[in-house]
Design a protein around this ligand. Structure first.
Ligand SMILES: Nc1ncnc2c1ncn2[C@@H]1O[C@H](COP(=O)(O)OP(=O)(O)O)[C@@H](O)[C@H]1O
Ligand SMILES: CCCC(=O)OP(=O)(O)O
Length: 353
C-alpha cells in the first residue's frame, strides 16, 4: 500500500512516499525567506508548495493515482485529543481561517485533502500541533484573561514516546515520560499514561531555543512592548523567529553555537550554558506534574544529536529518571504509521467536529 506523506514546515516542505512501513522516497525542499516573501499568509503558499510536490513526484516516477491515501502534518485547528483524523471540510475551513493561529503545518491537511480528492483517496492528519490533552490545573495562568494553550510538537512527542515504550516492553499508555523536543523551536511535555497533561512550548513559555525567546519576564516584557522601540510585528518576530540564540549570537545553528563556545567565545559559552540550564529546569518542573513518578526522560529533535547538550542537561536532572535519546524527528514515519493503523483497521479514524 503506497502512502504519500506531506510535512510543511516554516522553512521547508518535506514529503515522503511509504510502501507500507518502508520509506521509499524522501525529499526535503528548503525555502528561503525570499521564496516565501510573496505570500502574506501561510495559506497563500498553498499552490507554490503543492506545485513543487507534484512536480517532484512526477520526476521520481510516482503517479498521483498510485497512492492509497495522503497524510499531512496537522496544524493549529481547534484543540483535539491525539489520534488520526480524516480531513474534512470543517478542518480545512478552520485551518484556512487560522482559528488557533498561523503555522506552516496548517497547510498539511489542505494539501493532503486536495491531492486525495483529486485521486479519490482518503486524506488524514495525525497528532496535530493542536492536540490538547492538558489537565485543567495546567490551564490556569495567573490572570483570567489568559488561558494556557496546548501547542506542542505533538506528532514527534508521541512517536518517540511510543518508540521508547516499545523498547521498554510496554505501550505508551503504560508509562510516564517527560519528552524534551529540542529543535529550532522547543517543547517540553509531561506525558502521563499516554496523555500530554502539561508542557511548555510554541511561542509562549519554556526555555529559549535557537530561534524563539521562550517564556519572558512579564513586567519587563510589558514595558518593552510599550516603550515605542519596537512595532507589534517586531515584537512577534523577536518572540517567535528571531529570538533565543539568534538574538544573542546571530545564528540559529546549534552546531555553530557549540563550536563558538568551544573555541573560547565567552558570550557563546554563557548562552550555551544558559540554554542547557533552562532546559534542565523546565524538565524538573514537569517532574512535579508527574509527582516524581517518571519512567524516562526522552531527548529528541535536532539538538539531541549534541552529546554536550544531552550530557549537561542530564547532569542536572538524571536524579529524576533514566535518560533516553531519540535524536532528530520521526514525523514522517509517525504520519505514515498513523494512516496505516487506520487503513489496516487497527484504529478508527477520528472525525473532526
Ligand atoms: N549534531 C548536532 N549537534 C547540535 N545541534 C544540532 C545537530 N544537528 C542539528 N542540530 C541543531 O538542531 C536544530 C534544528 O533542529 P530540528 O529538529 O531539525 O528543527 P526544526 O525541524 O524545528 O527546524 C538546529 O539548531 C541545528 O543546528
Ligand atoms: C510548538 C509546536 C509547533 C511548532 O512550533 O513547530 P515548529 O518548531 O516546527 O515550528
Amino acid at each position: 500500500m503506497k502512502i504519500l506523506v506531506i510535512n510543511p514546515g516554516g522553512s521547508s516542505t518535506k514529503f515522503s512516499v511509504f510502501e507500507d512501513r518502508q520509506e521509499i522516497l524522501k525529499r526535503n525542499i528548503k525555502h528561503t525567506g525570499e521564496d516565501l516573501q510573496p505570500f502574506p499568509t501561510v495559506f497563500d503558499e498553498y499552490e507554490y508548495r503543492t506545485g513543487i510536490i507534484t512536480k517532484m513526484l512526477e520526476e521520481a516516477g510516482h503517479s498521483l493515482d498510485s497512492f492509497a491515501c495522503v497524510v499531512g502534518r496537522g496544524g493549529l485547528m481547534r484543540p483535539v485529543p491525539g489520534g488520526t483524523y480524516r480531513v474534512n471540510d470543517r478542518m480545512v475551513e478552520d485551518l484556512k481561517n487560522a482559528v488557533n493561529g498561523e503555522h506552516a503545518s496548517n497547510l498539511g491537511a489542505v494539501i493532503a485533502r486536495n491531492i486525495g480528492d483529486a485521486i479519490g483517496a482518503p486524506s488524514f492528519v495525525v497528532d496535530p500541533v493542536a492536540v490538547d490533552e492538558m489537565q485543567d490545573v495546567a490551564r490556569i495562568t495567573g490572570i483570567s484573561d489568559l488561558e494556557k494553550k496546548s501547542w506542542f510538537h505533538a506528532l514527534n512527542h508521541k512517536a518517540v514516546a511510543r518508540k521508547t515504550a516499545e523498547k521498554m516492553g510496554g505501550r505508551y499508555e503504560d508509562f510516564n515520560f517527560i519528552v524534551a523536543h529540542l529543535g529550532s523551536g522547543i517543547s517540553i511535555v509531561a506525558h502521563e499514561k499516554g496523555r500530554m497533561i502539561d508542557g511548555s512550548g510554541g511561542r509562549t513559555d519554556g526555555p529559549f531555543s535557537p530561534e524563539r525567546s521562550g517564556g519572558l519576564l512579564t513586567y519587563q516584557l510589558i514595558e518593552l512592548c510599550y516603550s515605542g522601540r519596537y512595532s507589534r510585528e517586531e515584537m512577534v518576530r523577536k518572540v517567535s523567529s528571531c529570538g533565543g540564540m539568534y538574538d544573542y549570537l546571530g545564528t540559529k545553528d546549534m552546531v555553530e553555537v557549540e563550536e563558538m563556545a568551544e573555541s573560547g567565545d565567552e558570550k557563546a559559552g554563557l548562552i550555551f550554558r544558559a540554554f542547557t540550564y533552562q532546559v534542565a529546569k523546565e524538565i524538573a518542573l514537569y517532574g512535579a506534574s508527574l509527582r516524581g513518578k517518571v519512567d524516562r526522560i526522552i531527548f529528541t529533535g535536532g539538538i539531541a544529536y549534541s552529546q554536550k547538550v544531552v550530557s549537561e542537561v542530564s547532569d542536572r536532572i538524571s536524579y529524576l529518571a533514566p535518560i533516553e535519546v531519540v535524536p532528530g524527528e520521526m514525523e514522517m514515519e509517525a504520519l505514515a504509521l498513523g494512516a496505516l493503523r487506520v487503513l489496516n483497521h487497527e484504529e478508527e479514524a477520528k472525525e473532526y467536529l
